[in-house]
Ligand binder design. Structure first.
Ligand SMILES: [Zn+2]
Length: 132
């Protein structure tokens, strides 16, 4: 994600993203992440550790701040709920263009070696960029 968009999210969710310095995917998933972080922002004892693209979809990994926190039943339940919320965002990324954020006519497929979720115009741009 571009430095400008990255900074916007880091400034908006400083506690949740304290351990994140960059997002390993395109700008198209900005709103999707903004919505995800907005839902989780009130949970004070978790931090994201990595957010990236894998096989054309979003992957967001988090941890509990304190090791002991992760061991009690309340946090087990909380983790289940957080996992559902994150899974929904990851699912949404499978039909959201990673470059522009469009949800029209997106496909998840390989351009040469890399599997990406892109809308038709962005995929054509990708082909041109890669010299097809
Ligand atoms: Zn696009």
């Amino acid at each position: 994600m571009s430095p400008e968009k990255t900074k916007e999210l880091l400034d908006k969710y400083p506690k949740l993203l304290e351990r994140i310095s960059h997002f390993e995917h395109g700008d198209g998933w900005f709103s999707l992440l903004d919505n995800l972080f907005d839902k989780l922002n009130h949970i004070t004892n978790i931090q994201f550790v990595q957010i990236k693209e894998k096989f054309g979809s979003l992957r967001a990994y988090y941890t509990f701040k304190e090791y002991e926190d992760a061991r009690d039943n309340e946090n087990d339940l909380l983790a289940d709920v957080i996992d559902i919320v994150i899974s929904a965002a990851e699912e949404q990324s499978c039909t959201t263009c990673e470059d522009c954020g469009s949800t029209d006519n997106t496909t998840t497929g390989a351009t040469r070696y890399w599997i990406r979720t892109l809308c038709q115009p962005c995929r054509e741009q990708e082909y041109i960029r890669l010299g097809y």
